[in-house]
Ligand binder design. Sequence first.
Ligand code: AMP
Length: 121
Amino acid sequence: MIERTIFHRIRDREIPATIVYESETVLAFRDIHPKARTHVLFIAKRDEDFLPSIADIDDATAHVPGMLIHAAQRFAVEQGISGYKLTFHVGKGGGQEVFYLHLHFLSEEQCCAHDGKAAEI
Ligand code: AMP
């Protein structure tokens, strides 16, 4: 039985978040405590793609980090952001607080027209 995290609740629209990107498989929303002008978190949506952390990857889930990176790259292109950092925190010792695998996207460039909401979603 998977322990539900706060990101499950965002994914399932049980608590609000500023969603800036969504595809069939990936959801991205603004970090509530941004460390850069644009700080967005990318998560996989499907239960079969759920992983607590990079440390938990197995053969069935090895595609998930690449999926998140691909979504981040597409988001950057959509938003016209040319420079950014992508980070995974791994385990408590790596600064991870939420055990639902997520990719941090950080940029000093501005994203998302209309005061924080994505233009087309
Ligand atoms: P990590 O240290 O990699 O586990 O990062 C977790 C991130 O989730 C932190 O940067 C938090 O600011 C962010 N966070 C926690 N709760 C929420 C929330 N309800 N909505 C958006 N971001 C959140």
